[in-house]
Design a protein around this ligand. Structure first.
Ligand code: UDP
Length: 342
C-alpha cells in the first residue's frame, strides 16, 4: 500500500501499526521523516522524501492498489497567513492524486477534516456525514481557507468518474507526536493540545481564545488507527462513503480542557496544582490574526462507522490527555531546560 504523509502525526502511528500488525509492504511519501526514523531500515518500508507537487510521485503512488492520503498543511495559524499555500496543499495536490487513482483503479482513502462542517454554533447537534447543512464565515474570514479547500476536494472525489474513494473526517485526534513545539521544531500556533502542552512545559499561562467556551471532542490517535484497520478489512463496502472518526464521549469546553491539563501536568511533575500558572483569556483575532473565526461545537455522529465498519472509539479523555502530555513532557523538556539532561 502507499501512504502519503507517512511521517506526520497520524501517518507515523498508522505506519508503525501496519508494519507491526501485518506483513504488508508500504511505500511512504513525506517531506519529513523525524517521527519514523525507527522504520527507515525496515525492508518492508520504502520511504521517499517528496510531496504531491511532483507528477512522477503521483504516478508512482497510483500504481498501488490502496493509497492513503494524509498529507496536508493543517496548522491553524497558517490558514490566515498563507491561504493560497494551504489551498494548494489541500485541494490541488489531492485532486491530482485522485485523477491518477481514477485512471489506475486504486482505492483512494483520503483524510479530510471535521472542519468541513464549518462554523458550527454552540447549540449545534450531532454532525452527520450525509445530511448536515454547512455554513462558513464570509470569504474575508481566511480561517475557512483550509476547510473550504478540504470540502472542495471531497466534492471532487465524489464527482470523479471511475474513482474508488473513501473519505475520513477526523475529529480532533490527539496523542504522542502531535504537531510541534513553537520555537523548537515548528513555527506558528499548533492545535490546542500541543499549544497547551508547550505552555505547561515552559511554565507559561494557557491561553483561552475568546474565553475557551468552544467545545471539541478529542479522539485518541490509537482509536483512529483501529478505525483504519476496520476500513482495510471492510474493503468494498466502505467505498463511496465519508466517515466521521471521533469520540462523542470525550466532549468538553476548551476552558475545561485547560483545567484538566493543568491537573494532569501537576500529577506528572509531582507538584501542587497551585504552582501551575492560571489560564488567561485572549482575543481570537489578536491571537491568530485577522480573519479568525471559530466553530463553537464539533460533535460527531458516529453511527455510520458503527453500522458499516463495526467501529467505535473507546479511549477515555483522561487516558488520551495523560498519554499525550507525558509524551510531550518527556520529548521536549530537555530542549526547553537543558539542565534536566545533566
Ligand atoms: N484554542 C485556545 N488556545 C490555544 C489554541 C486553541 O483556546 O492556545 C482554541 C481554538 O480557538 C478553538 C479550539 O481551541 O476554539 C480548538 O482549536 P485547534 O486549533 O486545536 O483546532 P480546531 O479544533 O479549531 O480545528
Amino acid at each position: 500500500m502507499a501512504l502519503v504523509g507517512c511521517g506526520g502525526f497520524i501517518g507515523s502511528h498508522l505506519l508503525k501499526a501496519i508494519l507491526e500488525r501485518t506483513s504488508w509492504r508500504v511505500f511512504g511519501v513525506d517531506l519529513d521523516s523525524y517521527r519514523i526514523q525507527e522504520h527507515l531500515a525496515n525492508d518492508r518500508f520504502e520511504f521517499l522524501c517528496a510531496d504531491l507537487n511532483e507528477r512522477s510521485v503521483v504516478e508512482r503512488l497510483a500504481q498501488f492498489p490502496v493509497v492513503v492520503n494524509l498529507a496536508a498543511i493543517c496548522t491553524p495559524s497558517r490558514y490566515m497567513a498563507e491561504a493560497a499555500t494551504v489551498i494548494r496543499s489541500n485541494y490541488d495536490h489531492p485532486a491530482r492524486l485522485a485523477d491518477a487513482c481514477a485512471k489506475s483503479g486504486s482505492w483512494l482513502i483520503h483524510f479530510s477534516t471535521s472542519e468541513i462542517y464549518g462554523k458550527t454554533a454552540a447549540d449545534s447537534g450531532l454532525l452527520d456525514e450525509d445530511s448536515s447543512e454547512i455554513t462558513f464565515g464570509p470569504v474575508t474570514a481566511s480561517r475557512w481557507s483550509y476547510a473550504t479547500a478540504k470540502l472542495l476536494t471531497e466534492r471532487y472525489l465524489m464527482g470523479l468518474d471511475g474513482l474508488r474513494w473513501t473519505v475520513v473526517r477526523p475529529f480532533n485526534f490527539v496523542g504522542p507526536y502531535m504537531d510541534f513545539m513553537p520555537g523548537v521544531d515548528g513555527e506558528g500556533i499548533p492545535r490546542v493540545l500541543a499549544n497547551f502542552s508547550s505552555a505547561l512545559v515552559r511554565g507559561d499561562a494557557l491561553k483561552l481564545v475568546n474565553g475557551g467556551a468552544a467545545k471539541r471532542s478529542f479522539t485518541s490517535v490509537h482509536d483512529a488507527v483501529d478505525f483504519m484497520f476496520r476500513l482495510f478489512e471492510t474493503g468494498a463496502a466502505a467505498e463511496g462513503q465519508a466517515f466521521n472518526v471521533g469520540n462523542p464521549d470525550n466532549e468538553l469546553t476548551i476552558a475545561e480542557l485547560a483545567s484538566r491539563m493543568r491537573v494532569i501536568f501537576a500529577k506528572i511533575k509531582g507538584v501542587d496544582e497551585s504552582l501551575v500558572p492560571q489560564p488567561i483569556v485572549v482575543d481570537g483575532e489578536e491571537y491568530y490574526g485577522k480573519g479568525y473565526e471559530d466553530s463553537l461545537r464539533r460533535m460527531p455522529s458516529v453511527t455510520k462507522a458503527e453500522k458499516i465498519l463495526g467501529f467505535r472509539a473507546t479511549t477515555p479523555l483522561d487516558v488520551v490527555l495523560e498519554e499525550s502530555l507525558r509524551w510531550f513532557v518527556d520529548h521536549y523538556q530537555v530542549v526547553v531546560n537543558p539542565m534536566v539532561a545533566e
